[in-house]
Structures are given as structure tokens and as C-alpha cells.
Design a protein around this ligand. Structure first.
Ligand code: ADP
Length: 295
């Protein structure tokens, strides 16, 4: 199973080119689509989910022409959008039953079994009678996964799913996603590097509508390993350092700035070599397009 995107291009009526000839091959498993806000991730997700047209290019899912044969894709698709609205007064159980009915599962007993299995799977069975409006952020996202799983999709798209979750909710959500990723294509769109680091066997970095890198996280790491150096500096000296070095990220630690730079050779001047992490890969690539400090 494979999703292949070729030369996908989209310009909005206001002139913003959100996708600029995007080509990606997405194999089975968890695929992380990483990029800053405004990179084009949601535009790409909505286009794959058949909710939006592209100007140019093709998308195929196992031989199905996604842009033309929308119905065939919708039958195989589970989608958890970024702004996932819920009916606040309806219970989780009733809502899932309703979604299952809309997805064509006509038999009541079959739906009951499915709804129970899904609620158990996302660990919401004990909360099944509660109104959706009373759910925490993490519960909402797990419910979102349950509704995306109705109909046994072979392609699941989740758009920025961990934004706003606290660390324990995020962990639970990670565990759930990684289980699902075993026998489907799951595309996880996010600007949180940790999401991709924890979950994804394949990834791409996009920025300003272009693919800057695609491959396995370890391929990305190999590209920057040995080139990352760190130094703790005064905040007021940042501008000077930015003039002299290729600064890829800064972190404030107890009032001082920990600066990370990319350099082919040891820069000296108090910089220490550090092992590269996926955040370095991300900032290294996007710094070629945008200022990584101001985003
Ligand atoms: P991301 O999901 O990575 O934050 P988006 O796909 O939402 O990126 O947006 C990509 C670019 O397209 C941004 O510059 C955004 O402002 C613009 N954009 C998104 N949706 C629309 C729209 N409906 N009309 C006009 N511009 C849009």
C-alpha cells in the first residue's frame, strides 16, 4: 500500500501559493509531515482527503486516482481534521453510532459491536455515556481517532492532533496512534518535532509549499550529524552571533541563551560539538527557507 503525490500545486484566489509542486511517496506505517505554521500542511491534508481541489498534479492511493475518484478514496479514508467540531450535548456512544450509520453500517447489532470495540480501543468505554462537551482535550482527540476508524480505513490523516494536549494525554495519544500505524497508512501533520521523533518511521519536512527533505528520521540525522555545535551566550549577544554563524535554534535556560549552530567545521570560540537530534534536522532544513529564530 502506498500513497504517491506528484507535482501537487495549489494557489489560493488571494495569490498565496500554498503548494508548490509537492512530490511525496508515503508508504504503510506512520508518516510525519513536519513544517512550520503556514507551510501548506493543512492544504495538503485537505487535498488528500478530497475536500479541496488542486490546480495541478496527481495523487494516487494504490492505483486509485484520488483527485478524480473521490468516492473510492472516501470509502478508504479516516480523517481527523485540525478544527474538529463536536456536538456538545450528544454522548460519545450516540455520536459514534450515528457516524457509523452515515458511513453505511446499516445493521443495529453490527453498529453496537463496532461502537463498543472502538470505544474500548481508544479507552473511552467508561465515558461512553458522557456528553462530548464535557470531554478534556485528550479525550476529544481520542474520540476523534475513534470516529476516523469507523469503516476500517486504509488511509488515516490526522492534522495537528497533539496541539494543546498535556504531556500525559499526549503520551496516551501517541500509544494509540502507534498501534493504528501498524497496518495502515497514517499521515500525521504537525509542527511538533517530538511527535515525529516518537512515532514516525518515515517523514517529510515542508516549508513554504515545498518539500525540503523526505526519508527516514535517521537519514535526516545522518545529514546533519557532526555539524551541530552548541554554546551558552548572553541574550544581548545573539545578533552578533547570528551575523557570524548559521544559527539554527536558541533555547532560554536559566536566563542564558543556549545557541545551536550548524557548521561544516569546528567553529572554536567556545562552541562544543553536540549529537544532532531531529529538532536540529528540522531547523537545519527550514532555516534554508525562513528565519528559524522568528517563527
Ligand atoms: P499549515 O497547515 O502548514 O499551517 P496551511 O495549508 O493552512 O498551512 O496554509 C498554507 C498557506 O496558505 C498559508 O500562507 C495560509 O495563510 C494560506 N491559506 C490557507 N488556506 C487559505 C485559504 N482558504 N485562502 C487563502 N489562503 C489560504
Amino acid at each position: 500500500m502506498e500513497l504517491v503525490i506528484s507535482n501537487l500545486t495549489k494557489t489560493y484566489p488571494n495569490g498565496v501559493r500554498a503548494l508548490n509542486s509537492i512530490s511525496l511517496t508515503v508508504p504503510q506505517g506512520m508518516f510525519g509531515l513536519l513544517g512550520p505554521n503556514g507551510a501548506g500542511k493543512s492544504t495538503l491534508m485537505r487535498t488528500i482527503a478530497t475536500l479541496q481541489e488542486a490546480d495541478l498534479g496527481t495523487i494516487t492511493l494504490d492505483g486509485i486516482d484520488v483527485l478524480k475518484d473521490k468516492q473510492a478514496v472516501r470509502e478508504r479514508l479516516g480523517y481527523l481534521p485540525q478544527d474538529f467540531g463536536l456536538y456538545p450535548k450528544i454522548s460519545a456512544e450516540t455520536m459514534l453510532d450515528h457516524i457509523a450509520q452515515m458511513k453505511g453500517i446499516g445493521k443495529k447489532t453490527e453498529r453496537k459491536e463496532l461502537v463498543e470495540a472502538l470505544l474500548n480501543r481508544v479507552n473511552l468505554f467508561k465515558d461512553r455515556k458522557k456528553a462530548l462537551g464535557t470531554f478534556s482535550g485528550g479525550m476529544r482527540q481520542r474520540f476523534g481517532i475513534a470516529q476516523a476508524l469507523v469503516g476500517n480505513p486504509s488511509l488515516i490523516i490526522v492534522d495537528e492532533p497533539t496541539a494543546g494536549l498535556d504531556p500525559s494525554e499526549r503520551n496516551r495519544f501517541y500509544n494509540l496512534l502507534s498501534e493504528i500505524g501498524e497496518n495502515t497508512i497514517v499521515i500525521l501533520s504537525t509542527h511538533i518535532v517530538e511527535d515525529v521523533n516518537t512515532l514516525c518511521s518515515n517523514m517529510a519536512i515542508i516549508c513554504m509549499g515545498e518539500v525540503l527533505m523526505q526519508g527516514k528520521p535517521k537519514d535526516g540525522l545522518a545529514m546533519v550529524n557532526g555539524k551541530i555545535f552548541q554554546k551558552s551566550i548572553e541574550k544581548s549577544d545573539l545578533d552578533q552571533y547570528r551575523k557570524e554563524y548559521q544559527v539554527i535554534s536558541t533555547k532560554l535556560i536559566s536566563g542564558k541563551l543556549s545557541l545551536r549552530i550548524e557548521s561544516e567545521e569546528a567553529p572554536g570560540n567556545g562552541f562544543e560539538p553536540v549529537p544532532a537530534d531531529l529538532e536540529d534536522v528540522y531547523f537545519s532544513f527550514i532555516s534554508r527557507k525562513v528565519d528559524p529564530i522568528t517563527i
